[in-house]
Ligand binder design. Structure first.
Ligand code: 13P
Length: 259
C-alpha cells in the first residue's frame, strides 16, 4: 500500500451467495463491528437482487455497494442483462468487470471487458477490472505477457482524465477459492508489473495514483502481509467477505504503516 499517492480499497465479492434477507442480516452485523478509522475505502459487490437491501442498510455508512457485472449497452432488448445507469440509479458505486469466473464460464472476452469498463466510467461507476493468469500460464512463464495484454485491451480507449477512477484487481486464477494464496512476493511482482504497464500507457503520475488490488484466498490471516507490499493497494475478497468478522479483520489489516 502507499496511502500517500493512492487509495487503499478493501472490496468484497459475494459471487452467487446470500439472499436479500441474508444481506440485511449481514449488513446489520457488519455495521455493529465496523472500525471507526478511515484508513481505507470499503466496497461490497453483491448479487444484483441484493443491491437494494445492501444500499438501504449501508446508506449512512462509509461502505460503498457495487455490482458483480454489468452490460456495456445503455438499454434495449438484452433479456436478463443490467445496464450501468440502472446500477447507478439503484445506488451502486462500484462494478466488478471481467472476473475470471465470467471470462471462463460465460465467455467474456477482453473486448467485452473493455466495453464494460468504458460504459461503467461513462455512467460514473468505479470499475474494478480483474486480470489474472491460469496455473498453466504461470508454469509456462507467460504470466507477464498474458496480464499485460489483458490490461492493454481492457483499458483501450480509457482517457487520461479517467484512468485514476479505474481499480485493477490482480487475481491469479489458481488462487481463487482454492485456499492457495499467492505469496506476498508473487503478488507484489505482478502488481508492480501492472503498474508499470499503466505507466507506459499513461504516465508515472497516473501509475502512482491507481489502486491495484490482490484477490485469491485473501483472508484474515494472510491479509496483513499481502497489504504490506508496496504495490498491493487492497484486496478483492471472495469467501472471507461473506463473514462480517473476517471481513472486518481484513479492513483492520489495512491499518498499517505504508511506504
Ligand atoms: P476467494 O477470496 O474466495 O478466493 O475469491 C477471490 C475472488 O475471486 C474475488 O473476486
Amino acid at each position: 500500500m502507499n496511502r500517500k499517492y493512492r487509495k487503499t480499497v478493501i472490496a468484497g465479492n459475494w459471487k452467487m451467495n446470500k439472499t436479500p434477507s441474508e444481506t440485511k442480516e449481514f449488513m446489520t452485523q457488519l455495521k455493529s463491528i465496523m472500525p471507526k478509522g478511515r484508513w481505507c475505502d470499503i466496497a461490497l459487490c453483491v448479487p444484483a437482487v441484493c443491491i437494494p437491501a445492501a444500499v438501504r442498510a449501508m446508506r449512512e455508512t462509509r461502505v460503498g455497494i457495487g455490482a458483480e457485472n454489468c452490460n456495456a449497452k445503455a438499454s434495449g432488448a438484452y433479456t436478463g442483462e443490467i445496464a450501468t445507469n440502472m446500477l447507478v440509479d439503484a445506488g451502486c458505486k462500484y462494478v466488478i468487470i471481467g472476473h475470471s469466473e465470467r471470462r471462463e464460464m460465460y465467455g467474456e472476452t477482453d473486448a467485452d471487458v473493455n466495453a464494460k469498463v468504458l460504459a461503467a466510467l461513462e455512467a460514473g461507476l468505479t470499475p474494478i477490472m480483474c486480470c489474472g493468469e491460469t496455473l498453466q500460464q504461470r508454469e509456462a512463464g507467460i504470466t507477464a505477457e498474458h496480464i499485460t495484454m489483458q490490461i492493454k485491451l481492457g483499458l483501450a480507449g480509457v482517457p487520461e482524465d479517467k484512468i485514476r477512477k479505474v481499480i485493477i484487481a490482480y487475481e491469479p486464477i489458481w488462487a481463487i477459492g482454492t485456499g492457495l494464496t499467492a505469496t506476498p512476493e508473487q503478488a507484489e511482482e505482478v502488481c508492480e508489473m501492472i503498474r508499470s504497464v499503466v505507466r507506459k500507457l499513461y504516465s508515472s503520475k497516473n501509475a502512482r495514483a491507481i489502486s491495484i488490488l490482490y484477490g485469491g484466498s485473501m483472508n484474515d490471516k494472510n491479509a496483513y502481509e499481502l497489504l504490506a507490499q508496496p504495490d498491493i493497494d487492497g484486496g478483492l475478497i471472495g469467501g472471507a467477505s461473506l463473514v462480517p468478522e473476517k471481513f472486518v479483520k481484513i479492513i483492520e489489516a489495512a491499518n498499517q504503516p505504508t511506504v
